[in-house]
Design a protein around this ligand. Structure first.
Ligand SMILES: *Cc1c(COP(=O)(O)O)cnc(C)c1O
Length: 394
């Protein structure tokens, strides 16, 4: 049977691979050789699982959202990644990657960040493991996610503001790759999503797959079967979605619905809706869909949500969309903000702006009352309060 997981060459269908500059070739191929033996070793699994339980606070609850269910006419369960230490799913991945980095003898950690959640999660595990940490962050994001910048500094990280392009996640990633090229032997690049050259998309998806592993057991307990009718998640690069669907990806009983950032609308020129608008291209080391001009220049993306403000998407998700395995719905800024207020008032949960995109997709679905829906709340809204309040003032 055809699988939607990565193949032995590092591809998902036509997407993926490792397109890196010559200078990084050695360290990327070292990682390609090392990651599976490390992730599958008993010693790694023991340490990773213990940290997920005692440090991150897993398992995260699967919560039956009664009022939200009534509103949308289905049985809606929320996977509460917002309750993790540091407030999002990102910590699952950084805990795993820093254990890989240590086993590969690396001493210095670099990362890129958009909303600052991955930066905070990386700075957190660097403090925990006593490693040097440098985080690249676009100047625009430094301003709109100030509190996360202060947290990273308090945790001991160096935050480098990036002023190229539109000063957001794409530009921060360019700068992190530049740093990596200058320090390929002693530095480990902790990528925050299912993007980048092989093996990153697969490594990150495996580390996040604890989400769907838990959903299986929790659904069995709640509803007496271990699979839902629908899985829903937002997608920036694709890591919370990848973790949510991992153990169901080849199960045709489960429909996959992903929400991407429409910004001001997919025809407005101010958008980050990569599946709606992207063409096949290469960005940050992998072949995937990319929002680009006819002559191949990367277009500047836009979204109210710093975590989704990216002109690419992970190769796993590009393939799911291309094959029709996943439905991808663009959600505009105003729809996301409205969905965030709705969840807050219906369930007393203030979601991250990114997660609010997934919530807004509920309104675009045609559910039957008996449908079981699991939607991942990827993070909490604390970092977005200012944006929410400014938005409703307008
Ligand atoms: C970073 C982030 C995202 C987007 O990244 P993915 O890799 O697509 O999951 C979504 N939600 C939150 C809360 C984030 O911090």
């Amino acid at each position: 049977m055809k699988s939607y997981l990565v193949d032995s060459e590092g591809y998902y269908g036509e997407f993926g691979g490792a397109y890196v500059p010559e200078i990084l070739h050695q360290c990327v191929s070292d990682l390609q050789e090392a990651y599976l033996p490390i992730l599958e070793s008993e010693e790694f699994q023991r340490e990773f699982r213990a940290l997920l339980r005692d440090y991150v606070g897993r398992p995260s609850p699967l919560y039956c959202a009664r009022r939200l269910s009534e509103r949308y006419g289905a049985q809606i369960y929320l996977k509460r990644e917002d309750l993790n230490h540091t407030g999002a799913h990102k910590i699952n991945n950084t805990v795993g990657q820093i254990l890989v980095a240590r086993r590969m003898g690396k001493r210095r950690i670099i990362a890129e960040t958009g909303a600052g959640q991955h930066g905070v999660a990386t700075a957190t595990v660097c403090a925990l493991m006593d490693m040097e940490c440098v985080v690249y962050m676009g100047e625009t994001d430094v301003q709109r996610q100030r509190v996360n910048v202060e947290k990273m500094k308090m945790l001991g990280a160096t935050v480098v503001p990036v002023t190229s392009g539109n000063k957001t996640l794409k530009d921060a990633t360019n700068e992190a790759i530049r740093d990596w090229c200058c320090h390929p032997s002693d530095t480990f690049y902790i990528i925050g999503s299912t993007v980048g050259p092989h093996p990153y998309p697969d490594m990150v998806a495996r580390l996040q797959s604890v989400i769907s592993e838990e959903i299986k057991g929790q659904l069995q307990e709640h509803v007496g079967r271990d699979y839902p009718d629908y899985l829903m998640a937002c997608v920036g690069g694709g890591s919370n979605a990848g973790g949510t669907i991992y153990h169901y990806i080849d199960d045709p009983r489960v429909k996959i619905v992903l929400a991407e950032a429409g910004g001001l609308g997919i025809d407005s020129g101010k958008t980050a809706a990569t599946i709606a608008l992207g063409q096949v291209g290469i960005l940050h080391g992998a072949k995937s869909y990319v929002i680009q001009s006819p002559d191949g220049q990367i277009e500047e993306p836009y979204s109210i949500s710093a975590g989704l403000d990216y002109p690419g998407i992970g190769p796993m998700h590009a393939n799911l969309a291309a094959q029709g395995r996943a439905r991808v719905i663009p959600i505009n800024d105003d729809e996301a903000v409205a969905a965030a207020f709705e969840l807050t008032r219906l369930e007393g949960i203030i979601p991250a702006l990114e997660s609010a995109h997934a919530l807004a997709a509920l309104g675009k679905m045609d559910f039957r009352p008996e449908d079981i829906v699991v939607l991942t709340v990827s993070g909490r809204g604390d970092k977005d309060i200012e944006t929410y309040l400014n938005y409703i003032k307008k």
